[in-house]
Ligand binder design. Structure first.
Ligand SMILES: C[S@@+](CC[C@H](N)C(=O)[O-])C[C@H]1O[C@@H](n2cnc3c(N)ncnc32)[C@H](O)[C@@H]1O
Length: 209
């Protein structure tokens, strides 16, 4: 993949204000995570704009080719990063549902955005006290909400271009409109999130144990 190809591929999917870097910016301003694990990342390297080390995981062939062009990806990141020091990333071309070649508790942020049920199989790689950020698109926020190993500690609120972490009135979030929390089996069967009375852009959970 030529330099132009890597940058072009990123532009094609995440250019023109579609990077959602605000998600990572808000979290970096709140907790300053040093090491993030991003399963189901595709080529969403906006995480590296705000977080110094990111481990990306995806099965997609284009993602494999993108990250194999390491110097080109670093150039995309260097042009956008906001922290001091050099960016660093790893890429694992495999399924997050299988064991990953990573030490347990080796990351302080676990990212789950639009890519299925990540909170359970990848929990082991998140340090106790570390943060899971999950949205509700594929139901992973709902799964974390019923997992006693996680506790809701914040939500991402505000306009998509100016997100902030809110720690207020957390008991008003993740309240199902149906009145009954979904079971894991229901969420997996549905393959997407259930409706909540007060939705948030994404939910922040602390790993308790
Ligand atoms: C809709 S894209 C979302 C990409 C990115 N998270 C974002 O927010 O833009 C979903 C990605 O998850 C990846 N994916 C789905 N299941 C996976 C699995 N079990 N292991 C690794 N990657 C997976 C797909 O290959 C795809 O690239």
């Amino acid at each position: 993949m030529s330099r132009l190809d890597a940058a072009q591929l990123y532009e094609r999917f995440y250019g023109d204000g579609r990077s959602r870097r605000g998600v990572f910016e808000a979290i970096a301003g709140w907790r300053a995570p040093a090491r993030a694990l991003y399963p189901g990342s595709f080529i969403h390297v906006a995480a590296s704009f705000e977080i110094p080390h990111v481990t990306y995981v995806d099965t997609d062939r284009r993602a494999r080719r993108f990250f194999a062009a390491r110097e080109q990806v670093l150039a995309v990141v260097r042009a956008e990063k906001r922290y001091d020091g050099p960016p660093s990333f790893d890429f694992i071309g495999g399924s997050y549902e299988h064991p990953l070649d990573l030490p347990d508790a080796s990351h302080d942020l676990l990212v789950s955005l639009y890519a299925g049920f990540i909170s359970k199989p990848c929990k082991r790689y998140l340090a106790i006290g570390g943060v899971l950020v999950a949205n509700n698109s594929h139901g992973d926020a709902g799964l974390a909400a019923i997992d006693p190993d996680y506790a809701l500690v914040g939500v991402l609120a505000g306009r998509t271009d100016r997100l902030r972490v809110s720690e207020d009135a957390l008991d008003t979030y993740l309240v199902p409109k149906s009145g009954t929390p979904p079971t894991e089996e229901q969420l997996r069967r549905l393959g997407r999130g259930v409706a909540y009375t007060r939705p948030a852009v994404a939910y922040l959970f602390r790993r308790l144990r």
